[in-house]
Write a protein that binds this ligand. Structure first.
Ligand SMILES: [Zn+2]
Length: 479
């Protein structure tokens, strides 16, 4: 959702209160203003900085990070009541944090702490009018609210986004199809898209894709001739499956698919690249804006932006998972540099990742993540209390049955039990169920009782996202 927010923020002051036709007209006018003037100083300062800093050496990047950290800690100590008491209780002063290791002296910031202490987390040197309220999923399913700096945080974020998309050829004002959970206003009239002339985006509804409507979607996309498609992996997968089934040829001129906000699984990448005949580019980030990482032109590892914040991977017993610990899973704990109104220091994202010690041939000396495994809540618990990642359970294997499935979702309500919800196609048979069952059982050494439930559709979350696993158990890691 944060992309949508960025887009909306940039326009807000300009067109907010106008009736629709005038608003649309105003957007056309706004859209012809050269980007140089259309985007503000915060955007261009960040963008221009990143054009240089991405080629810095690791030493230079770390030096920059320490400078930013020093600034952030001093600010948090002086202006943020929550951090003042965190420091005071421990007898700490900002100058006691001299290197990345010292950062461990500061306790984690959890979603729960934020939910209970929001007002104390707001920096006193910002007036209310400079704050913008955001929400995201909380630890218990209750949304978590926090603040960012109005217009500034989102402008910086947008500069980072464009910088990473540049790696696969994206330029400001390229034509994009957007399939990212947006609500389109005219769907009741049978029109499932709307055009945003400001960023030359054709926004498609992700909520109305069916065998009846998809032919129209495809016609519209062809007519629009997009350079890129920005999509939730689950939404673009529905389109890809339909195109494959009906032998529909790819869109000519399409340079890349830009996938984010949900995990992109290996089988999806394969399907999408085959169907659209172009590169699939994936990135990882979230509304909290403490970490952003994306693929590059040379490989599919996630390059963590060191200019964006400090990322630690925390494994079992609070031990840091370093880049030498290939294949070890750690929780992403991050400190963000882009938002001083409500600083997140050592924020537990509850997302898991696996590092790699590779140096990428693109030349950026960034830390790399081999995989982002998704939320802690995306692990399955076996009868003997083992935690199994979805990658091991499903995605590292090849299932013939998947070509006969429209959608699938796993639900865990009890330890050692798993419900597999399946939306079948007409070709699906009992053998397919057998295949899924036996391969999943093999992956968990028969540690799960697996049952199947055949349904007509898989519901989406409030923000329109698809979740592969509904994990109703609360999973703890690191103790
Ligand atoms: Zn690279």
């Amino acid at each position: 959702m944060y992309i949508e927010r960025i887009r909306k923020n940039m326009l807000r002051s300009f067109v907010n209160s106008l009736p629709y036709p005038i608003k649309q007209g105003a957007k056309y006018i706004y859209g012809v203003i050269p980007p140089r003037f259309r985007y503000g100083k915060a955007f261009w300062d960040t963008y221009n900085f990143l054009q240089e800093s991405q080629w810095w050496s690791r030493e230079e990047l770390e030096e920059y990070q320490m400078q930013q950290l020093e600034k952030l800690l001093k600010h948090a100590y002086e202006n943020v009541p929550y951090y003042r008491s965190v420091f005071d209780e421990r007898g700490l002063k900002p100058k006691d944090i001299q290197d990345f290791d010292d950062l461990k002296k500061i306790p984690y910031l959890t979603k729960e702490i934020i939910q209970n202490n929001l007002e104390d987390l707001v920096a006193r040197n910002y007036t209310r009018s400079k704050l913008q309220y955001c929400t995201t999923g909380g630890s218990t399913g209750i949304p978590m609210g926090f603040y960012v700096e109005k217009d500034i945080t989102s402008a910086k974020e947008w500069a980072f986004m464009i910088t990473q998309w540049n790696r696969v050829g994206f330029r400001i004002d390229n034509r994009c199809v957007v399939l990212r959970g947006d609500v389109v206003r005219s769907t009741n009239k049978g029109k499932f898209w709307e055009y945003n002339p400001v960023n030359k985006n054709l926004i498609l509804s992700s909520y109305h894709m069916s065998d009846e409507t998809l032919p129209n979607y495809i016609l519209k996309i062809r007519e629009f001739r997009p350079d890129f498609i920005q999509a939730y992996p689950s939404a673009i997968t529905i389109l890809a499956k339909y195109m494959r089934k009906n032998n529909i040829k790819p869109f000519s001129g399409l340079k890349s698919l830009l996938c984010g906000s949900e995990i992109l699984y290996p089988w999806q990448r394969e399907l999408l690249e085959e169907t659209f005949q172009c590169r699939v580019y994936s990135w990882y980030g979230h509304t909290e804006q403490v970490v952003l990482a994306g693929e590059c032109e040379k490989n599919i590892y996630y390059h963590v932006f060191p200019e964006y914040g400090i990322v630690e991977l925390i494994g079992k017993n609070d031990k840091t998972v370093t880049r030498e610990n290939e294949n070890e899973l750690g929780e992403i704990v991050a400190t963000g540099f882009n938002n001083f109104t409500c600083p997140f220091i050592r924020y537990r994202t509850m997302d898991m990742a696996v590092p790699t010690n590779t140096n990428c041939e693109c030349g950026r000396d960034y830390a790399l993540l081999k995989r982002v495994e998704g939320r802690l809540q995306e692990l399955v618990v076996t009868k003997d209390k083992r935690l199994i990642t979805l990658t091991a359970l499903i995605f590292a294997q090849h299932f013939k049955a998947f070509s006969k499935i429209k959608e699938m979702q796993l639900v865990q309500e009890k330890e050692g039990q798993l419900i597999v919800k399946v939306v079948r196609t007409s070709q699906y048979s009992a053998n397919d169920e057998k295949e899924i069952l036996s391969k999943m059982q093999r992956a968990v050494s028969n540690g799960l009782d697996i049952s199947f439930s055949y349904v007509s559709h898989i519901p989406r979350t409030k923000s329109g996202k698809y979740k592969f696993l509904i994990q109703k158990l609360s999973i703890e890691f690191g103790d």
